[in-house]
Design a binder for this molecule. Sequence first.
Ligand code: UD1
Ligand code: CA
Length: 444
Amino acid sequence: MVERPIVVVLAAGQSTRMKSRLSKVLHPVGGLPVLGHILTTALSLEPQKIIVVHGPEGAEVAEFAKNYSDKIVCCEQVDRLGTAHAALMAEKEIGDSDAPILVMLGDAPLVEATQLKESLQKITEGAGMCVIGFEAHNPHGYGRMVMDGERLVSIVEEKDTNDDNKKITFCNSGVMAFDGAHFIKILKQIGNDNAQKEYYLPDAVIECQKNGLDVVTTSAAEEAFLGINDRTQLAAAEAIFQKRKRLEIMQQGVTIVAPDTVFFAYDTCIGQDSYIEPHVVFGTGVKIGENVKILAHSHIEQASIGDKSNIGPFARLRPGTELGAGVKVGNFVETKKAQVHAGAKINHLSYIGDAEVGEKANIGAGTITCNYDGFNKHKTLIGKEAFIGSNSSLVAPVEIEEGAYVGSGSVITKKVPKNALAFTRASFRVVEGWAERFRKKFSK
Ligand code: UD1
Ligand code: CA
């Protein structure tokens, strides 16, 4: 049995290379802030607690972390003196617990639980410290792991490398597990005699050895340890996230015709035998049933879609859209805060916002719910099996009752009673020969 760890997440860095007013750990990957990915993975280890170390301008980081789970506590690193100094800020929160400690970096969102468990297992087996290393395609910027056979001798930071160890490609992922009985003592022994005059957490390797503690390594593929320091790395992390999520969704029995063109959010849920055409984008909060077809170029966020529905091509489902089973939403239709019941059809060129559409209602091409008067939003109610003729404007607040018909081209401003017909067009008139007379008058 692995003892439940305490996780320390370092997120107090200055995000200089990101060139952003927002902390790098709050930039989204798959719609979830980088830090959220790390906290989700850390929580899956069932830790005793998670301590997030944030910087002096880290109020937003702290707020996000505290709201994420009641297992999360925050502490501040006022002066940013390096990663070992940041880890030491957790001392008070760790208290006199000697549970294993797992240190994670707040800017590496792609780490997986299996890698973390493996490294904690080494502590259970008696190691004083375990470092996860990876073979870097391009090691520039990472701490190099200086090995003597199987033994990790030290970790050299980029700015402290010489010509020899610059060439090392086995790098420090930044994820480290420690025997909790020695963690704080080791941190306090780390000095700052290096190029950046910082207290480096990787120097714990040397301090552990000085104290006769075993230092071991594990390794995993590079992809999981990508650190987000700038916008190109943010895009690279997004690409890896998308690759993983597409795979996960296909493994759940969903067809994605052209996976590289479809973008998911971290929480996208899609039922079995659904079918996704190319160039579809899912924002956060999307839940889709089984046997649903999403046709090309659709954009969906904060929406739920019932079984056997057909969406798109070129449909836009905005927040608060709830579609029942067997609903059809066709090309160039936009929905927002719309509850559309089973079997209803909105097939072409419509805007349905702040509305409820009853079962099997048919909304003709070009129907618009006029929901906004410049100050307030108002609701449109469309009853079961109602039929809205094409090119109608429904001026909210308004209700079309069950089974009623609205003639094409109408502007509806009052309630249409059950099973009635309402239309507001000018009456039809034919003036025989008018066009001919008109042309004669003006042609020479
Ligand atoms: C760090 C490691 C490096 C490793 C790499 C992996 C150190 C000294 N270097 O380098 O060996 O290969 O990660 O991505 O640990 N932070 C604080 N307080 C500080 C400084 C940093 O909380 O005073 C936080 C940052 O917010 C960040 C994390 O620690 O989330 C890592 O800091 P960063 O400056 O990104 O370190 P790297 O240069 O990437
Ligand atoms: Ca980094």
